[in-house]
Structures are given as structure tokens and as C-alpha cells.
Design a protein around this ligand. Structure first.
Ligand code: GDG
Length: 496
């Protein structure tokens, strides 16, 4: 078979994620519609899957009747295209499974643990049972589709047990990779995780485990050595030997589809969007614009950001009526109290700042909870003078990279929290902040807004090169180059 991207496996590639790349629905009874949830990861993997005709297995969030096209619940995607297609298989979950596996163990236990937010951990025995049960469903689906040449690629914290379950079901073994998209915390935090040992053992069912940055690899290895006495950690090679199998742990810092973002941001439609948007919100050519784009998640540091901005407008009157901050806050996991309370907290903070400083002609913070079309999002990035990305903890953070990729004239400035994985990569050229230190934070925003062009350009130029070179395709290529190297038979294997 042809291999369009060197190192990427062919049809034998199986991808598993909680989130599906396409959603079928028949919401209004007018026939089946398909939408492709946007986002760097799904877009990047979708492109790979089209090249190799692989199989993608995901939770079929949405309308089962609309999406089941054959007895196996499989469908060929993307719809309406004749080449570059692949198989999408959906697993339909009951409400009880969704409540306990997704809203339960995944998002009330693992998410807060991995973001070191222990006060947000909310355990319940049923969570674990369903987390195991859904992981078993994914493992069974792998067994149905896999052959000995398969490469099985798991994504994220929802599927922490599946690799071990797959290996138990396939005696001759199959090559498994797991990329974990959120941080891995220190042992001192992870030891608070109910069933943490089982999660670690589950992850060791993989041949290769990837995190965004080396810090998380080290944390994971420390947790393995502290929690699993039978595991041997080879620190030099970042490898674990456990029950006769070897797991290699590596950092693969994820990137964004930089060329594509740049092209869309350049599109005339982006200018039209920006003209309308800035007119609507009284933003004229002399107004400086700041932007932030986040899921409404307590890890994203939005209230801290608003507080820093409030203190900026309070102490530096020159930014009143001359600097507008645009916050896109998309709804997320609202069924969880910590999330609905957070949404309210953000809304209240925006309102109070706008009441305090707003005038007839100027709204300090423009806040929208609408999910923006890509083109609108990239226009916002392109025309914003400053992006403010201030998470309390963030595995990587793609928004800051998208902002960089959308720049056309190297004029923007990136203010970035030192708690984002992306900061490990980009720190030389960004304006670093500690999101909790609102005094230094507001001073940094002040500096970013006032930064002379000759200082902005070399920083953004370096950022753009980095983000273009380390884009989503580099991420995927690097992972598969590592897979290839690990699958090379070693001299020892050849004796058998
Ligand atoms: C997890 C980890 C890691 C948001 N609102 C809109 C919109 N978005 C898109 C952004 C970006 C994505 O959502 C958010 O990605 P982040 O990386 O910033 O954050 P998480 O959602 O928390 O992602 C994170 C990531 O996984 C990948 O491994 O970097 O650390 O937490 O792509 O653009 N897109 C559009 N309209 C919106 O309104 N079109």
C-alpha cells in the first residue's frame, strides 16, 4: 500500500478517542445533517485518516438513528467525498454510562487530579464501575477490528484502562500508543486519585505513552515507580519494564494546522467579519484589542485575567476607552456544578468591570459564549494586538499557537501563563505571567499593549517560525517515526 506520510501506518491504523470527528443528527426531523466538530486535534487526525483509510472509534454523542448506516454502527466519512475516506465507528453509550464515565470518573476525578485541582475532585463508586465498563467497550471494539499488524492509538484521559484490556484480549499483543492531552501531575498529587494504581497499570498496556512536555513524562514515571513496586523505571531511556512488557514514555508537544489557519485568517471573509464585529462593538482603528478564547473551564484562569484587566483599567487610565478585551468563552461540561458556577462567576466578573468602567462609547470587555466559526475565530486572532492566555494549569494550550499562526504582519504580542505546556516551548518570545500574581499580570499586559513595533516583530517572527515548524503534521510524523523505531526488530528479537 502507498504511504503518503512517511512513517504513518496504513489501513492498520486504529484511532480511539472519546470525541468523534463527525456528528450525525436529525434534530429537526428534516433529514440527517453532519457536522464536523472543529478543533486542532480532530482536524489533524482527520487528515491522516483520510490518507491511510484507517478506522476511528469514538463515543457516538448525538443521534444513533441518524448515524447508524450498517449493522456494525460503522459509517464512511467524510460524507459526500469520494476519495480520502475512512471508517468511523461509534459506540453508543447509555445516559448512565455518560453520567458516570464521562461526567463522572473522567471529568470529576481524572480531570481535576491531573490539573492538580484536588478540591474539585468529586468521587463516587459508580464512576469507577462505568469508567471500567466503557473502557471495556472500547477494548472490545479494538479486538473486533485489529489484526497483528495494527497500530492502535488511544487519546486522552477517558481511555486510561483500554490498552491493558486490549493486551489481555489479544494474546500475541498489538502495538498500542496513548497520547495523554492533559498534564500528568506529581506523585504527591496523583496519590489522591482513587484507583490510581489501576490507571497507571492500564497505561502500561501501551508500547508508547506520549505527553506534551518532558515534565509530565517525569511525573508519570515517578508515579509508576512509587505506586507499582513491580515496575522497573529506566530513567535514562524513559522506559518502564512491567510484567515482561516495555512502555516507552516520550514528550510530543502538540502543534496546530498553522498553514491552514494562516490562509483562513488572510481570507477576505475574515476582514469582513472583523469590520462588522468591530463596528458593532465600537472598536475603531485606534483602539487596541486583546483576545482570549477558552472553554469555560476552571483551569483556564479567566477570573484571574479579568481581575488583572480590572486593575489595569483602574491604575492606567490611558487604557480606558482605548483598549477593548474580547473574551470568547464556550460552554463546557455544564452539568457539573464546578462548571456551571464558574460560568456564572465569569459572567458576573465581566458585568461588574463593564459597569465600573464602561462609557456610552466604550465597552471594556466584549464577552460572547457563542461558538465562533473558524473564519471568525481566526479573524479575531489576526486583528487582536494582544492575546491573553492565562491558564492555572493546561496540558499544552492550542489557542496561543493558533493566535501566532493567524498573524499576518508579525505585529501581535502573546501574553502566556507559565502554567501552560506551550510555555515550555514558547517562553523565550512570549510575555510570561503567573496568573495568580495579578499585579505583575496587569503590568505585563500594560507592557504588551505599549510594546514598540521593533520589539514586537522579532518576538512574533520567532514565534511564527516555531509554530509553523512544530505544527500538527510534525506532531503526527514525530509520533509515527518513534513508533517505527520501536517496532524495528531488535537483534535479540531476531534470535526467536
Ligand atoms: C485539551 C487540553 C491541549 C474554542 N472555542 C472556539 C473554538 N475553540 C477551540 C480553539 C482550540 C480548542 O478549542 C481549545 O484547545 P485548547 O488546547 O486551548 O484547550 P482544551 O479544550 O482544554 O484542550 C489542552 C488540548 O487538549 C490538545 O491536546 O492543548 O491543554 O486541555 O482549538 O480554537 N473553535 C472555534 N470556535 C470557538 O468558539 N472555531
Amino acid at each position: 500500500s502507498t504511504r503518503p506520510t512517511p512513517g504513518v501506518p496504513g489501513e492498520e491504523l486504529l484511532v480511539l478517542s472519546n470525541r468523534q470527528p463527525y456528528r450525525h443528527s436529525d434534530d429537526d426531523g428534516d433529514g440527517i445533517t453532519v457536522d464536523a466538530p472543529a478543533g486542532g486535534l480532530t482536524a489533524g487526525l482527520d487528515a491522516v485518516m483520510r490518507q491511510v483509510n484507517g478506522t476511528w472509534i469514538a463515543w457516538g454523542d448525538g443521534d444513533a438513528d441518524a448515524a447508524v448506516v450498517d449493522d456494525d454502527g460503522r459509517v464512511t466519512v467524510p460524507p459526500g467525498e469520494s476519495d480520502g475516506q475512512y471508517t468511523l465507528e461509534r459506540l453508543w453509550l447509555t445516559d448512565e454510562q455518560v453520567d458516570n464515565y464521562y461526567y463522572g470518573f473522567s471529568n470529576r476525578v481524572l480531570w481535576p487530579i491531573c490539573h492538580s485541582a484536588l478540591t474539585n475532585v468529586d468521587g463516587n463508586a459508580r464512576f469507577w464501575d462505568h469508567y471500567q465498563g466503557v473502557n471495556e467497550r472500547f477494548a472490545d471494539a479494538v479486538v473486533d477490528s485489529a489484526d497483528p499488524r495494527s497500530v492502535v492509538w488511544f487519546h486522552d484521559y477517558h481511555l486510561g484502562l483500554a490498552a491493558e484490556m486490549v493486551q489481555d484480549r489479544i494474546p500475541e499483543g498489538v502495538f498500542c500508543i496513548h497520547t495523554w492531552h492533559i498534564p500528568w501531575p506529581s506523585w504527591d498529587v496523583f496519590r489522591a486519585c482513587p484507583h490510581g494504581r489501576e490507571v497507571l497499570r492500564g497505561m502500561l498496556g501501551n508500547d508508547l505513552v506520549g505527553f506534551h512536555v518532558p515534565r509530565y513524562c517525569d511525573n508519570f514515571l515517578r508515579c509508576v515507580s512509587a505506586a507499582l513496586p513491580g515496575a522497573h523505571v529506566d530513567w535514562e531511556n524513559r522506559r518502564v519494564v512491567h510484567e515482561q512488557s516495555v512502555t516507552t514514555v516520550r514528550a510530543f508537544p502538540m502543534g496546530v494546522p498553522a498553514d491552514d489557519i494562516n490562509r483562513q485568517a488572510k481570507h477576505p471573509g475574515a476582514e469582513t467579519f472583523w469590520r462588522d464585529f468591530s463596528d458593532t462593538h465600537g472598536i475603531d482603528d485606534d483602539t487596541k484589542v486583546g483576545v482570549g478564547v477558552d472553554r469555560l473551564d476552571y483551569t483556564k484562569g479567566i477570573p484571574q485575567r479579568i481581575e488583572a484587566l480590572e486593575r489595569l483599567w483602574e491604575s492606567s487610565s490611558q487604557w480606558r476607552e482605548s483598549f477593548t478585551y474580547v473574551q470568547v468563552g464556550t460552554e463546557s461540561r455544564s452539568q457539573i456544578d464546578a462548571y456551571s458556577q464558574y460560568q456564572q462567576r465569569v459572567e458576573d466578573a465581566v458585568e461588574s468591570v463593564n459597569e465600573r468602567f464602561g462609557t456610552d462609547d466604550w465597552q471594556p470587555i466584549v464577552y460572547t459564549t457563542d461558538y465562533l466559526a473558524d473564519e471568525a475565530l481566526y479573524a479575531l486572532y489576526r486583528f487582536a494586538d494582544v492575546a491573553i492566555v492565562s491558564p492555572i494549569r493546561d496540558g499544552m494550550n492550542l489557542v496561543c499557537q493558533e493566535y501566532v499562526a493567524a498573524q499576518q504582519d508579525d505585529d501581535g504580542v502573546l501574553v502566556l501563563s507559565d502554567q501552560a505546556g506551550a510555555h515550555d516551548e514558547l517562553h523565550e518570545w512570549v510575555m510570561s505571567i503567573n496568573p495568580h500574581d495579578t499585579t505583575a499580570f496587569k503590568e505585563t499586559v500594560d507592557e504588551a499593549l505599549a510594546m514598540p513595533r521593533e520589539e514586537r516583530r522579532p518576538r512574533m517572527d520567532a514565534l511564527r517560525r516555531h509554530v509553523a515548524t512544530n505544527d500538527i503534521s510534525t506532531w503526527i510524523r514525530t509520533i509515527f517515526a518513534t513508533v517505527d523505531a520501536l517496532r524495528e526488530p531488535t537483534p535479540k528479537d531476531q534470535h526467536h
